[in-house]
Ligand binder design. Structure first.
Ligand code: GUN
Length: 284
């Protein structure tokens, strides 16, 4: 049996269309949602992500701008810009693209963003709120995955969920969201002892490990929902996920492709968080 494909591209498009009316309602009241994306350095992958974020905003009538710095910029300059943006009433969301160059204290930069404009959900206050089960901003990638579960009518209550990956951007917030939804959650990483024993029990398997085709068919429980968060570039330039899609789709019940799965959902949820920030500011 071949798995049902969860089409992230189609869901992302459906959601983005539905956001337009919210954007226009805000604009009519003088609160057009605005997102600033800060990029430090010239990492080619980050440049693509940032361009897609800005264009995603503009396409649905939001305001968005990119601020770029040379990799050698000092942290104080970036912190000063963040302070300015925190005080700017036309800006509802501030995102600093990660990773930052080595001389930066990433945590200090993320903490400098006003919690009510932290549309990435990386500020300690927002991480804490999520951990307590009262999220204010949910990190965009795991938020997108939750929307995919919703769309696929995946009931998470009581399900065995295994997350491979423990990053602050995906693995940890994904685990918290699954816990909050009533799943039984195990967080593994690429070096987990007997990883196979964990993944084979998983009704829900989320791969966010950053290794091409790390999850193979033998690791998947028949009928499981397999979510591939990875975006890896192969030596031939092609993109591939953390899941061996061709093998796993023969075992899984539902599966996300790469590209066209989780990727388009991440930016969509960034738009959602920025609109939400503007609605809160407008008192809606
Ligand atoms: N780098 C990779 N993913 C992300 C993300 O979701 N937000 C930010 N700010 N940087 C990233």
């Amino acid at each position: 049996m071949t798995a049902q494909i969860i089409d992230g591209k189609a869901l992302a498009e459906e959601l983005r269309q539905s956001f337009k009316a919210r954007v226009e309602a805000l604009a009519a009241k003088g609160h057009r949602p605005g997102l600033v994306v800060i990029l430090v350095g010239e990492d080619p992958a980050s440049e693509v992500y940032v361009r897609n974020k800005v264009n995603g905003c503009l396409a649905i009538g939001m305001h968005s701008e990119k601020i770029t710095y040379d990799a050698a910029v000092d942290q104080t300059t970036v912190l000063k810009k963040i302070a300015e943006l925190n005080a700017d009433p036309n800006i509802h969301g501030i995102l600093v693209q990660l990773p930052l160059p080595k001389h930066f204290d990433e945590e200090a930069v993320l903490e400098a963003i006003a919690a009510e404009k932290d549309v990435d959900g990386f500020h300690a206050e927002n991480v804490g709120a999520l951990a307590q089960g009262n999220p204010r901003f949910i990190p965009c990638t795991p938020y997108g995955v939750m929307k995919m579960f919703e769309k696929g009518n995946v009931d998470l209550t009581g399900q065995e969920a295994v997350v491979i990956g423990r990053s602050n951007i995906v693995g940890k917030p994904m685990a918290l969201l699954l816990i909050n939804a009533g799943a039984t959650v195990t967080v593994c990483n690429s070096r987990t002892k007997d990883l196979l024993a964990h993944t084979r029990r998983a009704d829900i398997l989320v791969a966010a490990v950053g290794k091409p085709r790390f999850v193979t068919a033998d690791m998947v429980k028949p009928g499981a929902v397999v979510i591939d968060v990875g975006i890896n570039r192969l030596p031939d330039g092609k993109l591939c996920g953390d899941v061996d899609f061709d093998g796993c789709k023969e075992v899984a019940g539902q599966i996300t492709p790469v590209p066209g799965g989780v990727g388009p959902m991440t930016i969509t949820m960034l738009l959602a968080n920025t609109i939400e920030a503007a609605e809160r500011k407008a008192g809606l």
